[in-house]
Write a protein that binds this ligand. Structure first.
Ligand code: GAP
Length: 480
């Protein structure tokens, strides 16, 4: 199999209608993407599986769907107004803007790729110290100057100072755009859970420990948005906050780590393509933080964070709102602010990971084919139906099978044009696990040919067993 490049994947994603640049007829709007017919099905399948596992299968997790626009004090309390910043630096020669920390990381990677490990270790040590410095922007600037790091695009060494840049998008509510009407587009969905902690608990009569889950859009004015849908300015998160008694957070943290790892495996991700990354520097309010990283074509990168956030968020909201957010524990008669274990995964990043994981190339009858080996439960189209020829009543039988599958809630593609080989190939590229062909034998004995995307095995089954066959393919699938 050829090594996957992000370019090959981006091109397939557009060609087949998974994901493409937003507003493209106006030359696009940087770092915004639209999901096409296949992409939206894939995305909805991922959402549905996350919701199914996180909410429906558990008695101790409830769902919410909070507003994107929230009271501006929410973001003061959460710390985002003061601290949700990236350090940016401009190359005066090329007028390109970079994240100063990523510039240094790139420089360290370059040293390593040249086998200069000792030098890379030294810079990395200084880098960690700069990130922890009281005046982090100045420390990063000093490091860039000291190492004489050049602009990646211009090759020049002509930098501005490092400045902090707040990533929140702001807008105004109502007709007057002044300071009092300023609100933010939420940069994470989590705060919509924290502010509703009491209301949800009272409405559902849940007792601690319990969780609240949410799927929704988040917005960040990323300085450098790149790598396709890996880093976007508008994206979707699937987050869950699990509220526990103080002292019981580590047990919950470990249980959620295991659950979340297994969720990714259940999506067909190979374990060797996943790893844990433990945060060396914890946020001041966290007492444990680990990320799940995936081996993307451009390197290991985060897809999900599992963080133990103590009582920081609820305490801050109690302080800023003046409302009592303590929990009264009926078993111990104690009052406390619950601690929180958070799981936070990016939906778009999960889609990108699934596309990378599924992408494969092989040779079939001397021709190379691209195939997306999605877990059938996530595949956008579950089955394709092809009449071999457009006559002798085959299309009518094909449409009957198609409708029967649709009535069972399965997504189906019907195609009667072109050679059967080409039709199969098109479905391989869409990741469709089962193709059903109606041929002359169907007219004689009511059987059809079913073809498996991965094994390429073909067998004949009765046409009224197609739905069962597809459901079995979804249930029994294992990665070859
Ligand atoms: N509430 C915690 C939180 O928001 P985060 O690490 O900033 O934590 C969680 O974000 C997840 O959201 C990330 O692991 C990633 O999958 C996704 N994410 C964050 N920024 C993103 C962006 N600009 N584009 C796409 N996904 C993003």
């Amino acid at each position: 199999m050829a090594a996957l490049t992000l370019d090959a994947l981006t091109s397939l994603a557009k060609r087949r209608g998974f994901v493409f640049p937003g507003s493209e007829i106006y030359d696009g709007l940087q770092a915004t993407y639209d999901y096409g017919p296949l992409g939206v099905e894939l995305k909805r399948n991922v959402q549905a599986r996350w919701w199914g596992e996180m909410v429906h299968k558990r008695a101790d997790v409830e769902g919410v769907d909070a507003a994107i626009l929230m009271h501006p004090t929410v973001w003061k309390a959460s710390g985002h107004v003061d601290a949700f910043n990236d350090p940016l630096i401009d190359d005066k020669a090329s007028k390109m803007r970079y994240r100063a920390d990523q510039l240094v990381e790139g420089y360290i990677d370059k040293l390593r790729s040249k086998g200069k490990d000792a030098e890379a270790d030294r810079v990395e040590k200084d880098f960690v110290a700069a990130l922890n410095a009281d005046d982090m922007p100045k420390a990063l600037h000093d490091l860039i100057m000291g190492e004489q790091i050049k602009g990646p695009d211009s090759g020049a060494f002509d930098w501005t100072e490092v400045r902090q840049f707040n990533l929140m998008f702001s807008t105004h509510v109502g007709p007057v755009a002044d300071a009092s009407s300023k609100v933010y587009l939420r940069p994470e969905t989590a705060q919509g859970i924290f502010v509703n902690f009491h209301t949800v608990r009272e409405a559902t009569r849940q007792a601690v420990p319990f969780g609240i889950a949410q799927i929704g859009k988040a917005f960040r004015n990323e300085i450098v948005a790149r790598q396709f849908i890996f880093r976007m300015r508008e994206f979707e998160q699937m987050e869950m906050q699990y509220f526990v008694k103080p002292g019981e957070q580590m047990e919950a943290f470990e249980a959620w780590r295991e659950a979340r790892w297994n969720w990714h495996l259940g999506n067909g991700i190979r374990a060797e393509h996943l790893r844990w990354h433990e945060h060396e520097k914890l946020a001041h309010y966290a007492d444990a933080a680990q990320d799940i990283q995936y081996k993307f074509p451009f390197g290991w990168n985060e897809i999900e964070g599992i963080h133990s956030r103590t009582d920081y968020d609820l305490s801050r909201h109690q302080e800023y709102s003046g409302k009592n957010l303590q929990y009264f524990d009926p078993h111990t008669n104690e009052k406390y602010i619950p601690y929180v274990v958070e799981t936070s995964v990016g939906l778009d990043r999960t889609v990108l990971m699934l596309l990378c994981e599924a992408y494969d190339e092989d040779t079939l009858g001397g021709e190379s084919r691209s195939v997306l080996r999605f877990h059938p439960r996530l595949a956008p189209i579950k089955a394709a139906v092809f009449p071999l020829v457009k006559k002798d009543g085959m299309p009518e039988i094909g449409h009957k099978i198609e409708q029967a599958l649709r009535d069972e809630g399965l997504t189906v593609f019907y195609d009667e044009k072109g050679s059967i080989g080409k039709r199969y190939r098109r479905m391989d590229e869409a990741g469709t696990p089962v193709c059903v062909t109606v041929d002359s034998e169907t007219l004689e004995n009511g059987t059809v040919t079913v073809r498996d995307r991965d094994t390429l095995r073909q067998e004949r089954i009765a046409q009224d067993r197609v739905g069962e066959y597809v459901r079995d393919a979804i249930k029994m699938w294992t990665r070859a």
